[in-house]
Design a protein around this ligand. Structure first.
Ligand code: NAD
Length: 477
């Protein structure tokens, strides 16, 4: 027997007009990829005209990319679809009434991770706008990363309340999380497998109709809406956990006087049927928009849906502990800097520290939740003066970030590499020492991009994450 929802969808016919709400890193590439599919006639990019993001509307309609950084092919595709008349950006949400499918790609940060309360206000507003203009037979898909339980809970409630329609009867509802990385947005959407989870089978099928035409290499993986929410938050929580394991191992190796990179190569070499020892890289800390928050969405979901079940959750779960280890790494960088200065006969109070790299990821200007910030604060609290160098960071990040290398290094008692930008890997020890003007400067390597022996031979006190083999090297005189 055909369900009521299927009858509503059949009356609408195949998907022709699509709305994408939220023109950011996720929404823009998703919208123009839909707009480039021949069977889709029109895509509206809905962007609220807020003081911080309203400028994107005009830029997008002028064929321009309003995001920072390199995104291969994206600006060309915006221009192509704008010129073809298949993509248009607007703040007029009443156009939602014309859409056969509406996706939401709105930010979902945590105001304060400790209390597990996300800031869902922008997403709620987007859902209310969608509900207000929702027509029968429309498909609504949440693409934002959300706490498990949100699609069948908060999203469903808001949409039903605003529209007076029933999910699963009058309209279809699904979660299809984005799995993109900045710098390769188009490629990732086309090539990664697509998780598609409807609140019922009809919703899942309708969502597959929306996403299948965009995929080149990726497959569709159907599941329930809640399983899709857990999948997305779990894949980021697991990555964070793997980094934490490498960081914990690095700290252990430092304690035992061993080089963690030798150990890593050894562990990684064990291959064979049923053996997986994938081991990531240790470092000065984890940053970015997603890894720093998605563990807390997962924990919150388990807490909300798990009720009184007996299990370690929140900060005590293995994922919460992993977050704490990764958050510890900037503090450890501060401890290494202090220990290095002590070996050079100095203390943090009054020292000049040159911090190299403010972006959270190498060769990028993305500084969201950078681990360099807690390190910077710790140095300031200890009475050190910190100068910061980063060739990629252009935005106002609240502290002065310089691009003149010599200016940042001049007079530095300690030089601290926080980001693995390629330009830091080629630092010449003799030249760095000369610019600092000190006979025994300290070098701290948070990303293992430098050769410790070359710096030690040039007269530096060396300290590095995981370099237990070098951190206590002899210091003459
Ligand atoms: N950036 C990534 O690499 C990435 C990867 C995977 C998943 N995600 C997830 O995707 C979601 C979106 O992330 P993003 O990086 O694209 O965010 P973003 O901040 O770049 O973009 C969000 C956009 O939505 C707009 N917006 C907010 N509320 C709105 C409303 N009510 N109506 C219309 N527009 C509204 C904002 O002004 C902004 O332009 C998040 O949940 C994020 O966790 C992001």
């Amino acid at each position: 027997m055909t369900s009521l929802l299927q009858s509503q969808i059949d009356r609408r016919g195949s998907i022709r007009t699509i709305g994408v709400i939220g023109m950011g890193y996720v929404g823009i590439p998703a919208a123009v990829l839909f707009a480039d599919v021949p069977q889709f006639a029109k895509v509206y990019g809905f962007q609220r005209a807020s003081p911080s993001s309203g400028y994107k509307i005009e830029m997008l309609n002028g064929g321009k990319l309003p995001l920072k950084g390199e995104e291969p092919g994206l600006e060309d595709l915006i221009k192509k679809t704008v010129d073809a008349g298949t993509f248009h950006c607007t703040a007029d949400f009443s156009k939602i009434a014309d859409c056969d499918a509406v996706t939401l790609a709105i930010q979902t940060p945590f105001a304060n991770p400790k209390d597990l309360i996300p800031d869902f206000r922008p997403l709620e507003e987007g859902l209310r706008q969608t509900g207000r203009y929702l027509a029968e037979g429309t498909l609504v898909v949440l693409e934002s990363t959300i706490t498990p339980g949100t699609t069948t809970g908060m999203a469903r409630e808001i949409l039903e309340e605003e529209s007076g329609l029933a999910a699963g009867v009058d309209f279809a509802l699904a979660h299809a999380p984005e799995r993109v990385m900045v710098g390769r947005l188009l490629k990732n959407i086309r090539e990664h497998d697509r998780i598609v989870g409807g609140i019922d089978d009809v919703s899942t099928r309708r969502a597959i109709e929306l996403y299948a035409p965009v995929l080149t290499l990726g497959r569709i993986i159907p599941m329930t809406a809640t399983a899709a929410e857990v999948t997305k938050t779990a894949e980021n929580a697991l990555r964070d956990l793997q980094i934490a394991a490498a960081n914990q191992l690095a700290l252990h190796c430092e304690a035992m006087g061993v080089n963690v990179y030798d150990v890593r190569a050894g562990v990684d070499s064990l291959k064979g049927d049923g053996i997986t020892r994938a081991i990531l890289w240790p470092g000065a800390g984890v940053g970015g928009h997603c890894l720093t928050k998605d563990t807390w969405h997962l924990e919150r979901g388990a807490q909300m849906m798990g009720g009184d079940l007996d299990y370690p959750h929140g900060a005590d779960s293995i994922f919460g502990v992993a977050r704490a280890i990764n958050d510890f790494m900037p503090r450890h960088m501060a401890a290494l800097t202090e220990a290095g200065l002590e070996r050079a006969g100095k203390s943090l109070a009054g020292a000049k520290v040159a911090l190299l790299g403010w972006a959270f990821i190498k060769n990028s200007g993305d500084a969201r939740n950078t681990p360099a910030e807690p390190f910077y604060d710790l140095m300031q609290e200890a009475g050190a003066t910190v100068t910061v160098h980063d060739p990629y960071v252009e935005d106002d990040v609240g502290i002065p970030v310089e691009t003149d290398f010599d200016q940042v290094l001049a007079g530095a008692d300690a030089v601290v590499v926080f980001t693995g930008h390629d330009c830091y890997a080629s630092l010449d020890p003799a030249r760095v020492k000369q610019v600092t003007g000190h006979s025994r400067p300290v070098i701290v390597d948070g990303r293992n991009v430098l050769d410790p022996d070359a710096f030690i031979a040039a007269g530096f006190v060396y300290k590095g994450i995981g370099r237990g083999d070098k951190n206590s090297h002899p210091v003459d005189g």
